[in-house]
Design a protein around this ligand. Structure first.
Ligand code: DGY
Length: 423
């Protein structure tokens, strides 16, 4: 029998993790639906079954909160395999339990990409038209609840919201989060994955303290920002939001929804202008800003490179391309999630060094749009080499290429399908 192609193996991973109307990131470690995982997964699914791709995003939005927030986890089933589960979150919403924080808003981008590439135009129009006001409500929620002074950029209030849970970006801000009252708990993640690939206990204590703080406010999103000792403006997160606003505006125009188009166009414009305040000339990339002390965070992580996913100025795109080329001199596989020349870099530990195919996908997209085709191709080549060497891992050591975290990972497979069908 002929060996399976990378494309076929990727489709197999999507099938294995498909739970009918949503897809788990991987079995065991992540047994529920995660927000940005699902939206990026839908990009892979569209090549196999367009209707199923729309369903993936719709299932997530069926659990949108009344105020517009879209939670980062939907606990569709009971499972003792994951911690913290619904009892710890205690969000007490009428439908299926969810977490009470959000995640990078890739839905607007994903919906437009699925719409643009759809072969069934009637289906795409129908499904996109239903999603449009829901995604718009989420965007509106961000600026109402996470940008209280109208800066044009939103803050994350928990490292889990960034998706880059243990990035070096959060270290100093997390140090100011107390741990009193957190109590004893048993982590499940370190039973599924190597503890050397995961966040530390000191970080988990603070993650849980923040959850308890917000739970104490009954998850009233209008109160969380000012009550949180952790408020960070992440360029990667904001670039995703800006890109999704632009893409949602395009989608709304295509569907004749001019008010939604105008609102999202205005959000993107203001956000892009404000991003300039995060630029660091010495690092050749954007940096996070700690809103509680109003200072840039001296941490050259992938968040400031991921900013190229938005339509940043051409000279910023060029500088980021040169930064990626420089980083690639210190690793075998691009793009590492942190600068390897920084003493805090940790090659296999989650977001402190490893390569992730989702960030590679978004950065390659931004580089291609900026005309940096050589850098874009370098990133795609690294991604596909990693698959051949180490399979569909959650993430990879950028020096050895070893697989890290969970295996048979859904969004890794989805990104491979996208890379292989792009040309
Ligand atoms: C985890 O549990 O590792 C997740 O990243 C939190 O969403």
């Amino acid at each position: 029998m002929a060996p399976q192609t990378a494309y076929d193996r990727a489709v197999d991973v999507l099938r294995q993790n498909d739970r009918g109307t949503y897809t788990v990131p991987t079995k065991g470690l992540y047994p529920f639906q995660w927000n940005w995982d699902s939206c990026l997964t839908a990009l892979g699914q569209r090549h196999v079954d367009e209707a199923r791709a729309w369903t993936e995003i719709e299932t997530l939005f069926a659990h949108q909160w009344e105020d517009g927030m879209v939670p980062h986890i939907v606990f569709h089933v009971e499972s003792d395999q994951y911690f913290p589960g619904p009892d710890v979150w205690g969000t007490n919403r009428p439908t299926i339990a969810t977490s009470g924080i959000t995640q990078p808003p890739v839905a607007g981008f994903a919906a437009k990409r699925i719409f643009d590439g759809a072969t069934d135009r009637g289906l795409a129009e129908e499904r996109a038209r239903c999603l449009l006001p829901k995604i718009d409500a989420w965007h509106k929620w961000f600026f109402a609840n996470r940008d209280p002074h109208g800066e044009g950029l939103v803050a994350i209030l928990h490292p889990w919201e960034s998706g880059r849970d243990n990035s070096i970006d959060w270290d100093a801000a997390l140090d100011r989060v107390p741990t009193e009252g957190v109590g004893e708990y048993t982590r499940r993640d370190t039973q599924h994955a190597d503890p050397a690939h995961r966040p530390t206990k000191a970080q988990y204590d603070r993650y849980l303290w923040l959850v308890q703080r917000f739970r104490g406010l009954d998850w009233d999103c209008s109160k969380l920002h000012d009550a949180s000792p952790f408020q960070v403006v992440d360029p990667g997160f904001n670039a995703i939001l800006i890109r999704s606003c632009t893409d949602l505006a395009d989608l709304a125009e295509a569907l004749g929804e001019t008010a939604i188009a105008a609102d999202n166009r205005a959000r993107a414009k203001k956000g892009l202008a404000a991003m300039e305040g995060l630029w660091s000339e010495p690092h050749g990339q954007y940096l996070c800003r700690d809103r509680t002390i109003n200072a840039l965070i001296d941490s050259a992580s992938i968040g400031g490179i991921l900013a190229a996913f938005a339509a940043i100025p051409a000279e910023r795109g060029r500088a980021i391309a040169r930064t990626i080329e420089r980083l690639s001199q210190s690793v075998t596989f691009s793009v590492p999630s942190h600068d390897p020349t920084d003493s805090r870099f940790d090659a296999p530990r989650y977001w402190r060094g490893p390569v992730w195919l989702v960030t590679n996908y978004m950065i390659a997209d931004g580089m291609a749009a900026a005309g940096e085709t050589v850098v874009a191709q370098l990133i795609v080549d690294s991604s596909l080499e990693l698959i051949e060497k180490s399979g569909f891992a959650e993430y990879y050591d950028p020096i050895s290429g070893a697989p890290c975290g969970g295996g048979d990972f859904t969004w890794t497979a989805a990104m491979v399908i996208e890379f292989l069908t792009a040309s």
